[in-house]
Every structure is written in structure tokens, then in C-alpha cells.
Design a protein around this ligand. Structure first.
Ligand SMILES: [Ca+2]
Ligand SMILES: [Ca+2]
Ligand SMILES: [Ca+2]
Ligand SMILES: [Ca+2]
Length: 528
């Protein structure tokens, strides 16, 4: 019996509420807010901005925070229909692109120099009838791409300081770029790469392509089209969790501009479906060290053992560390049994928001972590585009801030109540285990062994813990498997029994962050 006490403690912890960062409702508005984008100001990371669609055809929702996402000031941007995407640059400029209200649908840029509190006058970048613009900044430039009705085009401008930018260059055609649903990214020396998929209008298969402009704002244009991968997720691929709008592969790019070990590495995240039309969609990442000319094999990011849907991926790279975060909508927990992971008796039609981090340049991704506390259902939201074509995250200084459309009402403050219209939810997914406060770390001898206890206050979020014991001056890990952390929305008391302590003299605790980093926290003598 004594032999199993340690594993019993682990089993209890594993069966507890899964670890979830505190969820924050950034919109708290009646009606739907969906299809979202977020940015963290690298000059002052307490400033964060969010934009999403709303139910109006002539405004979009916006919000900004000046306290790291704890509280939000909400508003709207007039004259915009939809398709907002944003990025900060290293000067603290926030670039937001969107489509003007119909029937014009012009790609329009507005810039904020105060973290999204206010925006300057709009600049029209396209002719009418454009679709799904993307924006990227870096290396003293800002670039916008979009679909002009026949294919992808792009234009860029120089940026030299906060609120200081040049005029946009002419719209550049992109060779053979007859697709859509794309993204754009800027490399460390100003190279710019676009991605897009075929846009054949059906459920796939299609191809995902890239083109690179090797001299960025220089006189040269975009190079030849490269096929990065095929995918069975077509441009309008219907899955149970997004049954009205459908999904596309949602190819997105991130460039490493850290100056570190993988400086210049380009990452592509996308959705595939295996086999085709099985609704078993998965999130994959490929990497390129030659600016998109050749690509690695695909690395699967989601680590579930189910055949359910993962969709709407986004990739963000922390330019202070080179770590990569991928976040996405995930139906893994929806087995069709009402309760955790399902809102109804049908399987695979509800979703939670998930993430994973790679700290080794995209070779592997760490354990997936649940970000949303609740389960959402797009049909119940009755939104015109379900969750939308994308959800988003930004990652800077060890803080990952996702934004997603949520109607679980897990925060209890959605004006429409539970399982009706979406609000915009966010969280501070802090990877650093040093940010987790450990209270009351004790180790006490009992008849069953040494009982190790510790407490974590509300808001402390990690992947889990390891317990180490000292014998004869050397330390060794006691638990076989990571002791998972529980919900950060609650204070949690942990208890672990070392059933074979021997002549153990001291214990210490190792906190494992969601990005895989570890921190030693507390040493205590084994007291009688
Ligand atoms: Ca398909
Ligand atoms: Ca899957
Ligand atoms: Ca369900
Ligand atoms: Ca709402």
C-alpha cells in the first residue's frame, strides 16, 4: 500500500480541473464580437489592443488595456465592416488594417501611437472589392497584403520612429499568387514573405504557397511562387464546429528577428485534414531557413489522441526569446456528452481555445495547454461567420496574450448569458514559472511517508510541479510524471506523498512553466 501513495496523489491531481489561466472578458457587449486580432506594445507591455468584427456592417469592435489586459476600455471604429488585423512594431506603432463598409470594401490602414487608445486618419491602400488584408512590421518597414479580386498583392512603407513613416510604395503584383486567405511577415533584414492558399472554393485539397520579396522596400519585386505544402483543408471546408462559415487552412507566418540562434527562420502554421473530409483537422508547422525557398517536414502541434477538429491556428514569435506560440480552436474534449468539453449531445461541434509553445526553433512543441476555461458553440452564437476566419495571439516578453470568440460565459459577465452571442475573451498566458508564487511549502514525516504540501494563490499558472528529495547530499526527483497544476482561477493546495523517503533530509519544489522552462522554488527540511 505504501508503495502507491505517491502515485495516488499524482492521480488525484491529474483528475482535477485542468490548469487554465484566468480568463478575462474584454468586450462584455450584447451581440456578437468575433474574428479577432490582438497586439502587445513591445515598448510598454502593459498596453494591449484588440479588434474584432461585431454584428454591425459599418463598425468594428475595438478595446485597449493599459494594465496588461486586466481591464479593458471598449469602443468601435466607424466606417469598417470587418477583417481587422493588427501588429505593433518595435517603436510602439500599432498598425491596424480592415475593410471599409460595403459595397466598397477598401483595404484601409489606421495607426495608433498610444497603444490603441486613439487612431489617426485612415489611409486607403486598395481599390474597391478587396478581401482579407494582413499587416506585418519589422526592420524599419510596414507591409500590407490582400486579395484584390483575382489574387494577392502587397505594398510597403518605411517606418523610422513612433508616428514617423514614409508614403506607401506602389501596389506590387505577386507572381502566380491567384489565391487568398493569406498572411505576410517581415524578416530581420527587411525581406517580406506572403502566404496564401488556392481558394478553389471547395473542401480541398488545395496548396499553400509563399512568395518572397528579397529586398523588401527596395526596387526588386516578389519572387516566384513556391509550394510550401498541400492541405486537405479547402478554402471553404465545413466542419461540425464551424458548420455555417466553414474554415480555410488559415496559413499564417512568423519570422524570427531575434538575432539569436534561429535569426531569419520563417515559420508557417496551417490546418490539414487526415483523411480528407474526415473532420479530423490538425495544426501543423513547417519552418524554412532560406526565406521560403525550401520547407521542413510538417511538425504536428496538437497532441491529443482524438480524431476531432483543431482549427483557426495562429502563430506568434516572442522576439525577446525566439520562442514560438501556436494557439487554436480545439474540439478534442467534445465527446458528445454534456459537461466538460461538450454543450450538447453531439460530438466534435464545440470548441475550447488551446495553445502550445516551442522553445527549440519549431523542431517540437511542448504539451498543449487549455486556455479557455469554458466550452463554446458557434451555432448557439448565431454569428454570421461563426468564430470567424481567425482568432489570434501575440507573444512578447514571455507573455502570451490570445484573443478568441467565446460564448461559454465562464466569466459570468456576457450580457447575452451562456451559449448565446460571443464576447471577446483573453488571458495572460505567462510562461515564466518564476511568476508563480509558492506559499506554505512544507514537508512532514508521517506513517505513510513524507507529506509535501504547497499552495499557489489565484493567478499562479504553470504546467505543473516536480518534487525533489535530498539524501546524503544529493538531490533526485520523486514524482515520475509531472504533477499538473490546476486552474489559475482558484487558489490551490497541493499535497504529494513521498512514500519511500528513506533518510531524506530536505525537499524542494520545481515549477515547470507552460513553455517548458523550470524554476526552483523553496527548500524545506523534512520535519517530524
Ligand atoms: Ca477537406
Ligand atoms: Ca484532429
Ligand atoms: Ca458537442
Ligand atoms: Ca458579445
Amino acid at each position: 500500500v505504501l508503495c502507491c501513495a505517491a502515485f495516488l496523489a499524482v492521480a488525484i491531481a491529474r483528475g482535477a480541473v485542468s490548469t487554465v489561466p484566468p480568463n478575462i472578458n474584454a468586450s462584455k457587449l450584447a451581440g456578437n464580437e468575433d474574428e479577432s486580432t490582438i497586439g502587445i506594445d513591445p515598448v510598454n507591455t502593459s498596453k494591449i489592443a484588440i479588434v474584432s468584427n461585431n454584428d454591425s456592417a459599418s463598425t468594428i469592435f475595438r478595446a485597449y488595456s493599459t494594465n496588461g489586459g486586466t481591464t479593458w476600455t471598449t469602443g468601435s471604429i466607424a466606417g469598417a465592416c470587418c477583417d481587422g488585423q493588427m501588429t505593433f512594431d518595435s517603436f510602439g506603432n500599432l498598425f491596424l488594417v480592415y475593410l471599409t463598409a460595403g459595397p466598397s470594401y477598401v483595404v484601409t490602414l489606421v495607426v495608433s501611437t498610444d497603444g490603441g487608445a486613439t487612431f489617426g486618419a485612415p489611409t486607403a491602400l486598395s481599390s474597391t472589392g478587396a478581401d482579407q488584408p494582413s499587416v506585418a512590421a519589422g526592420a524599419g518597414s510596414v507591409w500590407v497584403d490582400w486579395n484584390n479580386g483575382t489574387g494577392m498583392v502587397a505594398r510597403g512603407a518605411s517606418v523610422t520612429g513612433l508616428g514617423v513613416m514614409g508614403a506607401f510604395g506602389a501596389t506590387q503584383s505577386i507572381p502566380s499568387a491567384t489565391g487568398s486567405f493569406g498572411d505576410i511577415a517581415v524578416g530581420p533584414t527587411g525581406k517580406v514573405t506572403v502566404t496564401y492558399q488556392d481558394n478553389l472554393g471547395g473542401q480541398g485539397p488545395e496548396n499553400i504557397y509563399v512568395n518572397t520579396d528579397a529586398d523588401g522596400l527596395g526596387a526588386g519585386g516578389f519572387g516566384a511562387r513556391v509550394t510550401a505544402t498541400s492541405t486537405n483543408v479547402g478554402s471553404f471546408d465545413f466542419i461540425p464546429a464551424q458548420s455555417g462559415r466553414s474554415i480555410d487552412a488559415e496559413a499564417n507566418l512568423a519570422y524570427d528577428r531575434t538575432g539569436g540562434a534561429h535569426n531569419g527562420r520563417l515559420y508557417l502554421v496551417y490546418t490539414d485534414e487526415t483523411p480528407n473530409e474526415s473532420d479530423d483537422t490538425n495544426i501543423l508547422v513547417r519552418r524554412s531557413d532560406d526565406n521560403g525557398a525550401t520547407w521542413s517536414a510538417a511538425v504536428k502541434v496538437n497532441d491529443d489522441a482524438t480524431t476531432r477538429s483543431q482549427f483557426l491556428p495562429h502563430i506568434s514569435l516572442d522576439q525577446t526569446t525566439g520562442k514560438i506560440a501556436v494557439t487554436w480552436e480545439d474540439s478534442r474534449n467534445d465527446g458528445g456528452v454534456v459537461g466538460s468539453g461538450s454543450t450538447d449531445a453531439a460530438a466534435n461541434n464545440d470548441a475550447m481555445y488551446y495553445g502550445a509553445v516551442s522553445g527549440n526553433g519549431g523542431l517540437t512543441f511542448g504539451p498543449n495547454f487549455q486556455i479557455s476555461a469554458g466550452t463554446s458553440n458557434a451555432v448557439d452564437a448565431a454569428a454570421p461567420v461563426d468564430y470567424g476566419d481567425y482568432a489570434w495571439s501575440d507573444y512578447y516578453g514571455g507573455h502570451l496574450h490570445p484573443v478568441w470568440s467565446d460564448n461559454s460565459n465562464s466569466t459570468g459577465d456576457n450580457p447575452n448569458g451562456t451559449l448565446h452571442q460571443f464576447d471577446q475573451y483573453t488571458a495572460d498566458v505567462t510562461g515564466s514559472p518564476t511568476a508563480v508564487a509558492i506559499l506554505a511549502f512544507t514537508a512532514r514525516r508521517t506513517a505513510a511517508g513524507v507529506v509535501v504540501r504547497w499552495s499557489v494563490p489565484v493567478g499562479g499558472w504553470a504546467a505543473g510541479f516536480n518534487v525533489y528529495r535530498e539524501r546524503s547530499g544529493s538531490w533526485s526527483k520523486v514524482n515520475r510524471r509531472l504533477i499538473p497544476a490546476r486552474s489559475a482561477q482558484l487558489a490551490n493546495d497541493y499535497r504529494f506523498v513521498d512514500s519511500r523517503p528513506g533518510h531524506a533530509t530536505r525537499y524542494r519544489l520545481q515549477v515547470v512553466g507552460i513553455d517548458g522552462t523550470r524554476a526552483w522554488r523553496g527548500v524545506v527540511a523534512a520535519a517530524d
